[in-house]
Each structure stands twice: as structure tokens, then as C-alpha cells.
Design a protein around this ligand. Structure first.
Ligand SMILES: NC(=O)c1ccc[n+]([C@@H]2O[C@H](COP(=O)([O-])OP(=O)(O)OC[C@H]3O[C@@H](n4cnc5c(N)ncnc54)[C@H](O)[C@@H]3O)[C@@H](O)[C@H]2O)c1
Length: 399
């Protein structure tokens, strides 16, 4: 058996530990050697749940003291660049969760560090490991629906609670939701289409609901809502259906006192600079046009796709585990049932980690490269620019 790979996680929050920490804990070919978070209390509380690995608040110190095979970066997006470059400069393999960075320049800096180090630098595009999307790619690659000319996806994410109540809602931390969230979807289009060059992007987006005049219940005279669900009168009384509380100590008052990070801020009152719904369109140099709708005011979480080719259309919803192909001219309808797999994000996360481990061991090549990460951030950045300046953005402005 191969020697166990020594991992560290930087940014020990929901994604770092709730996903990767749990996956690593359950593997017998890897060990969580260390954890790093800028919040000293959070990292200690969290480490206690993962066998008490060494804990650090300084990434360079961790990299100097521990002999690591790989680091997973799951800090808020705005710190991906700094953390990834530091890890690569120490000659360690790195898996960076999406988006690669919040700007094209940040992505370029990571690419430069990865070229210099020669280490594996993988971007965490977990959706590419969704069994449903893998099947869709196979259908497209086999030519079942011919040459793709048009594609659309709609993402409905019941994400108000997570996105609007914390750092994701601030452009300074997430780059804006076309980058933070849309980068997933833009990457799926790029990947399905074989990475054609995007030519131009346009987007409309806005904040329609999560704002001070958006409370979905009447406010009582003299009783202010917020500032966080944990102390809000309307949350306590069950009037606010959006209220959410975190019971784990890593999000409680002790950890909060270190950095002031409150995870359950009132999402109607927070100082948000992102959109809660919008639509973006991309046209590629090969003439393919795609559109992506994202909405965070929904009753469910799902992604729906329509891919139109010269020989037919493929239609799917990720939650239904099936793809329907409608053939042109014959009217034939083919249904592909996809066996359900275990794991977060519809079984995609275990596949992502597996592919990183294989690349680190040299058993397979890195198929989610930092160059591809740059491409999806660039489209997201163009969409943010288009929204802000109300114009079509040509990609040669950014690439
Ligand atoms: N691929 C996916 O499906 C998916 C899903 C959720 C989140 N994510 C990504 O995972 C990352 C983390 O998101 P989350 O929801 O876990 O956030 P989170 O707020 O739960 O956790 C972030 C952690 O990073 C720590 N941190 C902040 N700045 C740091 C720094 N400079 N150095 C070290 N630690 C730092 C915070 O203290 C916190 O513990 C984000 O990049 C997000 O985009 C990806």
C-alpha cells in the first residue's frame, strides 16, 4: 500500500472541514496532519473533531514546520491567491476550492507560482465530478446531439441563509456572485464545450429581496430585527422563516470574539454588495452561445440544463439523476438514468478529492488546471463588469 499522504487544511470552516475534513478522515490512505485558520479558537475547536492535528494561525509557519504532501485551501475566496501562492512557494501540492481567485490577475499570480514550483495545483471544480454531468459530457463527446450551438443552465440555490448572512455577500471577499458562484457554471460550460475561447459576456443582476425593505413579515413597532439571528426577536419567535443558528462552538461567541466573524448576520440588513438573482450570457469564438441564470431566493436547490446540438437536445435537472435527449427530425426520446452515488454535492466531492490524490501520487494527470480556473474567473469578472457598467464586455479586455 502507498504511504499515507499528509494533508493540511487552510480555512477550517464549513467547506474545509464539513466536506474535505470528513472525506479525509474516512480515508485510510491520507491523514490530516495539520489545520490552519486565522481564527485561533475556531481552528482549535475544529481540530478537536478531527483527531487533534497540529494547529496553526500562520500558514508559512505551518508549511515550514510540517512535512506536508498537500494542502487544501478553503478560506474565503479573496484569500485563495495569497494562500495558494504561499503553499506553492513552499513546494507543496495544492487543491484550491473554487473560484481560483477573485480576479484574473490573482489567477495569473497562482499560475506563475504553480509553473515555478512544478507541483500539482488543482482547482476544486467539484461539479465536473457529478455523475450526472459526467454522463452529459459523455453524451456530448459521443456526438449523440451533434455539434453544440446553444446551451443554458439555471441554478436555483436556497442560499440566502449562507450567502447573504456572511462574507459571500461582500464583493471584497467573494469577488461578487458571478465569480463566487457563477465560476462553477461557467466552468461546466467551458468543460462541456472543450474549452473554446469566450469572446464576449453580458449580464444583468440585482438585489431584489435581501435588502432592508425586503422583510417578508411585518416589523413590530419599536422592535428592530437583527443584527444576527442568534439575538433577533423575530428569529427567536419563529416569525422569520429565514433565521438560522449555528450551534457548534467554532461559530459561537468565543470564536467570534477573535475576529468578529458572525455567520448568521441578518441577511436583510447586512451591507451586501452582490446580487440575489441575475442572468449572464457568453458567446464563444466558435459561435456557441450560453446563458446562466442564478437565483438565491428559492424554495429548493437544483441546477437545470438544456444543451442544444445540431442533432438534438439534452435536458436535465441534477436532482432527478436522469438526462433526456430529444432527437431532431425523428422525435425519438432517449432517457439515461444515472445511478445515485453517495457524497456531498450529489456525489461530486469524493470524486474531486480522489482525482486530486491521484494527481499528487502521479497516477493521473491534473484535469482541473489553474489555467481553466482563470478562464471561469475571467468570465465571472466580465459578468460583474457588464453588470456594473451596463455594457457588453469583450474578453480581450481581460484575457
Ligand atoms: N465547491 C463548492 O461546492 C463549494 C461549496 C462551499 C464553499 N466553497 C468554497 O470554499 C471556501 C470556504 O467557504 P466556507 O463556506 O467553508 O467558508 P467559512 O466561512 O465556513 O470558512 C472559512 C474559514 O476560513 C478562515 N479564514 C479566513 N481568512 C483566512 C486566512 N487568510 N487564512 C486562513 N484562514 C482564513 C475563516 O476563519 C473560516 O474559518 C470558499 O472559497 C468557497 O467559495 C466551495
Amino acid at each position: 500500500m502507498n504511504k499515507k499522504l499528509k494533508f493540511a487544511i487552510v480555512g477550517t470552516g464549513l467547506r474545509g472541514c464539513g466536506c474535505f475534513g470528513n472525506l479525509l478522515k474516512n480515508r485510510n490512505d491520507c491523514v490530516i496532519q495539520a489545520m490552519c485558520d486565522k481564527n485561533p479558537k475556531r481552528v482549535r475547536f475544529t481540530a478537536a473533531k478531527y483527531g487533534n492535528p497540529a494547529v496553526y494561525t500562520n500558514l508559512s509557519e505551518m508549511l515550514e514546520k510540517e512535512k506536508l504532501d498537500a494542502v487544501i485551501v478553503t478560506t474565503p475566496d479573496a484569500f485563495h491567491e495569497e494562500c495558494a501562492v504561499t503553499v506553492l512557494n513552499h513546494g507543496v501540492n495544492v487543491l484550491i476550492d473554487k473560484p481560483l481567485a477573485t480576479t484574473v490577475q490573482g489567477c495569473r499570480n497562482i499560475i506563475a507560482a504553480s509553473e515555478k514550483s512544478g507541483k500539482v495545483a488543482m482547482i476544486g471544480f467539484n461539479l465536473r465530478h457529478s455523475p450526472v454531468l459526467l454522463k452529459l459530457k459523455e453524451i456530448i463527446d459521443e456526438g449523440v446531439i451533434g455539434r453544440i450551438i446553444l446551451a443554458e443552465n439555471r441554478e436555483f440555490y436556497d442560499g440566502g441563509r449562507t450567502y447573504m448572512a456572511r462574507w459571500n455577500g461582500m464583493k471584497s471577499s467573494s469577488g461578487g456572485l458571478w465569480i463566487h458562484k457563477g465560476s462553477h457554471d461557467f466552468d461546466i460550460f467551458n468543460w462541456l464545450l472543450g474549452f473554446p475561447k469566450p469572446r464576449k459576456v453580458t449580464a444583468f443582476a440585482g438585489m431584489s429581496v435581501f435588502r432592508p425593505d425586503g422583510f417578508p413579515f411585518p416589523l413590530e413597532k419599536g422592535v428592530k430585527p437583527g443584527p444576527a439571528c442568534s439575538v433577533c426577536h423575530y428569529a427567536r419567535n419563529g416569525v422569520c422563516k429565514d433565521a438560522f443558528r449555528y450551534s457548534d462552538p467554532e461559530w459561537g461567541p468565543e470564536a467570534q470574539s477573535c475576529d468578529g466573524y458572525v455567520k448568521d448576520s441578518c441577511m436583510y440588513l447586512s451591507d451586501l454588495s452582490v446580487h440575489d438573482n441575475g442572468m449572464a450570457m457568453v458567446e464563444y469564438e466558435n459561435g456557441v452561445r450560453v446563458s446562466h441564470l442564478e437565483c438565491f431566493v428559492t424554495s429548493r436547490s437544483d441546477r437545470l440544463y438544456t444543451i442544444v446540438g445540431t442533432l438534438g437536445e439534452a435536458v436535465l435537472s441534477l436532482s432527478e439523476w436522469k438526462i433526456t435527449v430529444f432527437k431532431r427530425w425523428t422525435g425519438e426520446k432517449i432517457t439515461y438514468e444515472i445511478p445515485q452515488t453517495q457524497g456531498t454535492h450529489g456525489g461530486a466531492d469524493p470524486g474531486l478529492l480522489e482525482s486530486f490524490i491521484e494527481a499528487v501520487r502521479g497516477d493521473s494527470v491534473n484535469t482541473s488546471t489553474v489555467e481553466q480556473g482563470l478562464l471561469s474567473t475571467a468570465i465571472g469578472q466580465a459578468a460583474e463588469l457588464s453588470r456594473a457598467e451596463e455594457r457588453v464586455v469583450f474578453m480581450n479586455e481581460l484575457l
